[in-house]
Design a protein around this ligand. Structure first.
Ligand code: PEP
Ligand code: MN
Length: 457
């Protein structure tokens, strides 16, 4: 019976998942810790520390993402490329929250649908790098992999991967979470008072008038509804805010992954919404294996080299039950490539009846060096990729359900162009990122306005 034999061999039963099963797979981008005892000690300590989020918050985010998948909501995901331990400060955190709240206000007002707000913060401390080592003047040291792994200074001490940094990252994430939760519970995100979210330097912005106009219109609408109903409109004084980060450093994620009494299964309680980056999305790799077994909603970055077949296999592994809200694909192609690369992926998914939430990251495919030595992104390319994404989804019969952005509430000059037409010379004034260039407040608001215009076309 040669046929049966062949069939038997072809069937590979899915192997059992455990919080440690990723360790049996090749995992890219892992630091090499010198002392296994020190590493296990840090992980054991982390495993005893309380989690940063809860399983019921994670479930409610999954529900909101399911609604975004159905076109009833729009996802706004944004924050720093990398948080740093030094910038875990009140101003940086509240300014970032202000920008995200203002953008979401523009989106809610313009799109007439609720927004799912997800920060790239409270744990965005691990970075993938293109090379393991960095060589300067003949000296070779391990690359900087984010504050959770090592330090940015080019010295052997700073660059040594230090497991104790995971404990510090957990603490800084908890402080960030705590402050965000306190601000929101205290009424910071109250729709009755959008003026709380104004950033000092915004007054002179070319966009200020349009924004103020919108705020006034929303204030009128809120008061009108309250007059009609004779009462305060509740849930306008509180918005939901969720967190996300790249689930890159798997030993850390493993130690934060717990079984909870209230919900069945395993949850990664370091964040609500972990994603895996373009460099660690190998179907047989450790990162996909880890994400496979946790119950959080998960996302995968999809770059220009991904084939339709690879995408379908990722769905097989990460969302075999077709659970709504479970899987998000964040495409990041670059303005020059999205037109050639995205349609085949959208077609394959639609033809196969696979459902995911599609999100556009217009940042990571549009990074380029300037003549004066900065790593930058052109606003025109970022805006162009978002616009093309809307058109390509419409043409393919799929839906763009959100955006993923790198932005900051600080007055930085890292991306070129925008309403203030920043030039290469402007970059010298306030270029502060130690990893990727971010949209500043004004450029971020401009993207929100552009999304509204595009959607309503
Ligand atoms: C990032 O989001 O900072 C990142 C490194 O993205 P990607 O994996 O898409 O390159
Ligand atoms: Mn980045």
């Amino acid at each position: 019976m040669p046929n049966n034999e062949t069939n038997l061999q072809a069937v590979t039963l899915p192997h059992a998942w455990s919080v440690r099963s990723w360790r049996t797979r090749p995992a890219e981008q892992m630091p090499r810790y010198a002392d296994p005892v020190e590493l296990e000690g840090a992980l054991a300590e982390l495993g005893r520390l309380p989690p940063l989020v809860t399983s019921w918050e994670i479930q409610s985010l999954k529900q909101q993402l399911a609604e975004a998948q159905d076109g009833k909501r729009f996802l706004l995901q944004g924050g720093d490329c990398a948080e740093s331990f030094d910038e875990c400060s009140s101003d940086v955190i509240s300014n970032r929250l202000k920008v995200l709240l203002q953008m979401s206000l523009v989106l809610v007002h313009g799109m007439r649908k609720p927004v799912v707000r997800v920060g790239r913060f409270a744990g965005q401390y691990a970075k993938p790098r293109s090379a393991d080592m960095e060589i300067i003047d003949g000296v070779s040291l391990p690359s900087y992999r984010g504050d959770i792994v090592n330090g940015p200074a080019f010295t052997p001490e700073a660059r040594r991967p230090d497991p104790r940094r995971m404990i510090k990252a957990h603490a800084r994430s908890a402080m960030t979470m705590n402050f965000v939760r306190a601000l929101i519970d205290g009424g910071f995100a109250d729709l009755h008072h959008p003026e709380y979210w104004d950033l000092g330097w915004v007054g002179h912005s070319p966009l200020a008038d349009e924004y103020r106009h919108m705020v006034a219109a929303i204030g009128d609408a809120v008061r009108f509804m309250e007059t009609l109903s004779g009462a305060e409109v509740h849930n306008l004084n509180r918005v939901d805010f969720y967190t996300s980060h790249e689930a890159l450093l798997l030993p850390y994620e493993e130690s934060m992954t717990r079984q909870v009494p209230r919900n069945w299964g395993w949850f990664d309680l370091s964040t609500h919404f972990p994603w895996i980056g373009m460099r660690t999305a190998q179907i047989n790799g450790g990162h996909v294996e880890f994400l496979r077994g946790i119950r959080n909603p998960v996302a995968v970055k999809v770059g220009p080299s991904v084939t339709p077949d690879q995408l379908l296999r990722l769905v097989d592994v990460l969302n075999p039950e077709d659970e709504p809200g479970r899987l998000t694909f964040i495409h990041r192609m670059g303005a020059a490539h999205i037109g050639a690369k995205l349609p085949a992926l959208l077609d394959a998914m639609r033809r196969d009846g696979r459902r995911v939430l599609w999100v556009c990251d217009p940042m990571h495919g549009n990074t380029e060096p300037t003549a004066n030595g900065y790593k930058t992104r052109r606003f025109a390319n970022i805006a162009g990729e978002v616009e093309q994404a809307f058109d390509l989804h419409a043409a393919a019969g799929t839906r763009l359900g959100g955006v993923h952005l790198e932005l900051t509430g600080e007055d930085v000059t890292e991306c070129l162009g925008g309403a203030r037409e920043l030039t290469e010379l402007d970059l010298e004034r306030a270029y502060r990122t130690c990893v990727d260039p971010r949209l500043n407040y004004e450029q971020a608001l401009e993207i929100a306005m552009l999304i509204v215009r595009k959607q309503n076309q």
